[in-house]
Design a protein around this ligand. Structure first.
Ligand code: AMP
Length: 531
């Protein structure tokens, strides 16, 4: 079998060429048109690199544009690995990602070109600029001449790397999660079975392509012959009009989207009648938000999926019902049961399996697991471990760092993080990474960060504390701005005489949160930034 993820797209470009494959920037592209763009990008890649074989890497520095989607498809079409990079990435992390991956090619759109001016393009990396991209499409295809055959995608085995997505790392260096084509096929295959997506389905793309949530949107659409509708960046904070105008049938986003709409008073009863599936993932889903969404989308199922990038987007699910069970009186929906071929379990500090309902670290196994972190054996062996399960025997398990327990019905409940990773509007942020940056800038060790404010169980931003630093607070903020994406930037940096410590000498983040809540319980001045 050919595991190239563009194979289904290729088939649709022949069987249903006129169906819409993509709606972006007010324009529709059919399966034939987008397929022609993708195979032209693929031909360019293979021509430039003299048929380099499978496994070469192509970085996509792009935003919500045709170049992004055709670039991803074209990269996979050529049998290469795609590496999506956010244009909101700081120059430092963009440089680090390019150094770590040494891509053979870089595809950029107009926004990407501006970003590229901030760094030096790596030697031996060929850039596909927007002008060249536009010139790739032969004239007869542009005019819809179907006599021209779109070339078949390169053959790929299940073990080849489909994409590498970078997430934040505790040391300040982004880490690349490698996902195999076989894992992508397993994940999308199960989603197709679950949702029975057909050509009439209209699927949202809310997340940026650098966030692994987009993997669901893009590939579920194109594996099923449906259409993908890219939410314009201007409507991310209030996508209600877009859902209505585009008559979306499938919505997928982080739960923060519900919070934005509720706050703006846009989540009206029955306002999304076209939706039949609402897929939430990436951060805790409060029960109140899920109920509010259900009222707005009465014809839709409300599913809470859970999973880290390391397990190909998501690996467990709970569907909202009248019997949805909330752990310990918390307002958070359960993360449900693992997908049929995936396994979840709870372990203690010594990585021994615990029986339900003991609390401990959530571990995951199964065919959707990453093959490891790019060029980082140490981290790979730290997070992916062979453990001997009493029922399944020895298997590789991914240690999530999430605190959870399993209830008597086999449903898992997420209770927070064991480490200091937080989610800001769906983005994974390691507080230690920010601490490390602050220590470097301030030249002192007495720094700390906390997630704040927390609304309905969701973190909306970060506040930083520094003590005994000679660098002024404005200067610290401006250096951070140069080095970090907007969602990691502290909303405030406060100067303290001393950073509170716990009895065993660790930073007492709870005491810092208490300090903030006592100071201004409802303080929330800044605007959240888009996922
Ligand atoms: P990412 O790799 O960006 O997808 O982040 C993965 C982390 O997001 C998980 O380890 C959890 O901490 C959190 N997460 C993802 N989905 C959920 C969910 N449905 N409920 C609670 N936390 C979630």
């Amino acid at each position: 079998m050919n595991f190239n993820p563009t194979m289904p797209f290729f088939r649709y470009s022949r069987t249903t060429p006129d169906n819409v494959a993509l709606f972006v920037n007010e324009k529709e592209y059919s399966y034939f048109e987008l397929g022609a763009y993708a195979s032209s990008v693929s031909a360019w890649l293979r021509n430039v690199f003299q048929d380099p074989g499978n496994g070469f890497k192509v970085a996509i520095l792009a935003s919500r544009s045709l170049e992004t989607y055709a670039g991803i498809l074209g990269t996979c079409w050529a049998g290469a690995t795609y590496i999506p990079i956010s244009i909101k990435a700081s120059a430092a992390s963009l440089k680090s990602v390019l150094e770590q991956t040494s891509p053979t090619a870089l595809i950029v759109d107009e926004n990407g070109v501006k970003k590229l001016s901030e760094i030096e393009i790596p030697a031996n990396c060929k850039v596909l600029y927007p002008d060249e991209f536009k010139a790739l499409l032969p004239n007869d295809v542009r005019q819809g001449n179907y006599a021209r055959e779109i070339s078949e995608p390169q053959s790929l085995s299940a073990d080849e790397i489909a994409y590498i997505i970078f997430t934040s790392g505790t040391t300040g260096v982004p880490k690349g999660v490698m996902i195999r084509t076989g894992s992508l096929y397993k994940f999308i295959g199960y989603m197709q079975t679950l949702y029975q997506i057909g050509s009439e389905d209209r699927i949202s793309n809310f997340s940026e392509v650098s966030f692994d949530f987009s993997v669901l949107d893009l590939w579920l659409t194109w594996f099923s012959g449906a259409s993908l509708h890219v939410v314009p960046s201007s409507q991310i904070m209030a996508p209600s009009r877009f859902i209505q105008q585009q008559k979306l049938t499938f919505w997928a986003s982080v739960p923060s989207a519900i919070t934005f709409l509720t706050r703006l008073g846009l989540l009206k009863e029955g306002c999304f009648p076209s939706l039949r599936v609402s897929y939430f993932c990436g951060e805790p889903l409060p029960f109140s938000s899920a109920k509010a969404w259900k009222k707005a989308a009465p014809n839709s199922v409300i599913d809470n999926h859970y999973g880290p990038t390391e397990a190909t987007v998501a690996c467990s699910m709970h569907r909202l019902s009248d019997n949805s069970f909330l752990a310990n009186g918390r307002d958070i929906i359960s993360i449900g049961k693992p997908y049929p071929e995936m396994r979840m379990a709870i372990v203690d500090d010594e990585k021994r399996f615990l029986s339900a309902p003991a609390k401990g670290e959530l571990v995951i196994a199964g065919p959707q697991l990453t093959s490891g972190y790019l060029e980082d054996e140490t981290l790979t062996s730290k997070r992916l471990k062979v453990l001997n399960h009493p029922l399944y025997g020895p298997m590789t398990w991914y240690l999530t760092g999430d605190l959870a327990f399993e209830d008597k019905n086999g449903e898992f409940h997420h209770l927070g993080r064991i480490d200091n990773q937080v989610k800001i509007l769906g983005h994974r942020v390691e507080l230690e990474e920010l601490d490390a940056q602050l220590r470097r800038i301030c030249g002192v060790d007495t720094v700390a960060t906390v997630a704040w404010p927390i609304k309905e169980g969701l973190a909306e931003g970060i506040v930083a504390f520094v003590s005994q630093s000679k660098v002024c607070l404005n200067k610290i903020q401006s250096i951070l701005r140069e080095n970090l994406p907007p969602w990691v930037l502290p909303r405030e940096i406060l100067s303290l005489e001393e950073i509170p410590l716990t009895a065993n000498g660790k930073i007492d983040r709870k005491a810092l949160v208490k300090l903030l809540s006592e100071r201004s319980p409802n303080s929330d001045k800044s605007e959240p930034s888009a996922p």
